[in-house]
Design a protein around this ligand. Structure first.
Ligand SMILES: [Zn+2]
Length: 89
């Protein structure tokens, strides 16, 4: 058990000790990588359930709805992702 279980730091702690990361740390590491990929422009789209997308589009604050569904780190990664150039049609 790492002292920071459930975080990316905890995942690193497991790895440096040579033990298998626990489920919480594996999940935190997957979230970290997913958010890193968005922030750095490697992931171009994310899946959002239709009902969440509808609620966001109909609300006055779509970010608040997405924040509730995706979490603060994911919304922050999306907000800071590089703007992709659109291909001419
Ligand atoms: Zn752990």
């Amino acid at each position: 058990m790492a002292s920071k279980c459930g975080t990316y730091a905890g995942w690193n702690q497991h790895r440096h000790r040579g033990d298998k990361p626990c489920g919480e740390c594996t999940s935190a590491q997957a979230d970290y990588v997913r958010e890193w990929r968005i922030r750095n422009g490697h992931t171009k789209s994310v899946n959002v359930p239709v009902e969440v997308l509808r609620e966001a589009l109909e609300s006055l604050n779509a970010w608040a709805v997405l924040y509730e569904h995706l979490g603060a780190d994911m919304v922050d990664a999306i907000k800071h992702a590089p703007v992709a150039r659109r291909e001419a049609a």
